[in-house]
Design a protein around this ligand. Structure first.
Ligand code: PMP
Length: 409
């Protein structure tokens, strides 16, 4: 095809791929929403109740800061040299993961990355080629789609059961084709707060085994378990790696430490994964080719000690309870999340953007369900501080009353 048939190609400064990424509707919506929220927040920071991102709104723990400070002191002349998959950090991660899941991960199967984003991208590129299909469930973490498209893959979206927030296995099965290569599972789930029960994961494993045999090609499971330490009520988290051998586990310390700007995480292969020897050089090669997606030297030095640190999950749980109880009392419909940073509530009016706008007018910022491709809901981040939570309650009540008056309820 010539440039005259596609005139934009002749003059375009950006690649087709970049233009396509920038035009993903869900991505555009997230971007526009963030920009608008930032503009409105400017100059009135003291009054704002920010329930948007899973960002910290209180000073970091002294222990966390001291660990980083200690790691800054060089112990030899190579302290700040190029770092790949540092042995001590890998070992600490493998041991901690074994303790959490009861699966004996090996040090050499941990690949250190710049957070969960890179771990997911690395997992996708390790097993899937351009044109392969990747299934994920709605409502999703809103950045799966750009990661999938950037890797040249094809997103296939199915819905969760919006009453229970459980995976809809029938919908996943119906979404499988000859080109399916990956199913992404996110538990504990952002935005619903649901932790998928072991029985569901076992049935998913059976489904994927049968479907792989049917299409004559292995379907891999990418388990995004960034929140596997953010679990409430003493519940035990179960990972898909306990049920399905062909699982690539993506993790981010950004949640456990509530420090998402620090960019450290990993991709882990369980000892049950076949072809790990074949995967090893492929993953290491990708880590370099994707732009040296290793955590920086300081974080790698600190990691064995940071592995022992978790934010105060009890405090998050108390905030969850305060909000769930108060909002339920006002007439909001919502589940009590089992983990993660989030509450996913039903919007009292069908138009969730109009509803979140009415909250924003009252200086309370939440994300509408459209950002998660499930209109009719809204997401609250529990990482807001106690003061924000208390100040927000009259606004939630007023917005509910306004909605009821408007709908004549
Ligand atoms: N997966 C999920 C479900 C998330 O919520 C996030 C962060 N919000 C990530 C992955 C990415 O984590 P990070 O920013 O630490 O890379």
């Amino acid at each position: 095809m010539t440039d005259s048939a596609t005139p934009s190609r002749a003059t375009a400064a950006v690649s087709d791929r970049a233009a396509r990424l920038a035009s993903i509707p869900s991505f555009q919506r997230v971007d526009a929403y963030i920009t608008a929220a930032n503009v409105r927040r400017k100059g009135q920071l003291a009054e704002v109740c920010d329930f948007t991102f899973g960002n910290p709104h209180q000073m970091p723990a002294e222990r966390y800061v001291n660990t980083l400070r200690d790691a800054l002191t060089p112990q030899h002349d190579q302290w700040f040299a190029y770092q790949t998959n540092g042995e001590a950090a890998r070992q600490a991660a493998a041991e901690s993961l074994e303790q959490l899941l009861g699966v004996p991960f090996r040090t050499e199967d941990i690949y250190l990355t710049t957070g969960g984003f890179a771990a997911i991208a690395l997992a996708l590129k390790t097993v899937a080629d351009p044109g392969d299909e990747v299934i994920f469930s709605l409502p999703p973490w809103f950045l799966y789609e750009p990661l999938i498209l950037e890797a040249g893959l094809v997103p296939v979206k199915v819905k969760v059961n919006t009453t229970t927030f459980d995976l809809d296995l029938g919908a996943i099965e119906a979404g499988i084709t000859d080109r399916t290569r990956v199913v992404i599972v996110n538990s504990p789930n952002n935005p619903t707060g649901r932790i998928y029960p072991p029985e569901l994961l076992r049935r998913l494993s059976e489904l994927l085994e049968a479907a792989s045999a049917r299409i004559g090609r292995r379907i891999y499971l990418v388990s995004d378990e960034s929140y596997n330490r953010i679990v409430f009520d003493g519940l035990r988290f179960h990972s898909p790696v306990e049920f399905y051998a062909h699982t690539l586990l993506a993790y981010s310390y950004g949640k456990t430490h509530l420090s998402p700007g620090q960019r450290v995480g990993y991709l882990a292969l369980p000892p049950t994964m076949h072809h790990r020897e074949e995967m090893r050089p492929a993953i290491s090669g990708l880590q370099v080719a994707m732009g040296w997606v290793y955590p920086n030297a300081l974080l790698q030095h600190a990691l064995p000690e940071l592995e022992k640190f978790t934010i105060d999950v009890g405090q998050l749980q108390r905030r969850r309870d305060r909000l769930v109880d108060a909002l339920s009392g006002m007439g909001y419909h919502l589940h009590r999340p089992e983990g993660t940073f989030y509450l996913y509530a039903t919007s009292p009016v069908g138009d969730d953007e109009a509803f979140t706008e009415s909250l924003a007018r009252r200086n309370v910022f939440v994300f509408p369900g459209v950002l998660f491709e499930t209109p009719g809901f809204f997401r609250i981040s529990l990482t807001a501080n106690d003061d924000m939570i208390e100040r927000s309650l009259p606004a939630f009540e007023a917005a509910m009353k306004e909605s009821m008056n408007r709908t004549g309820a």
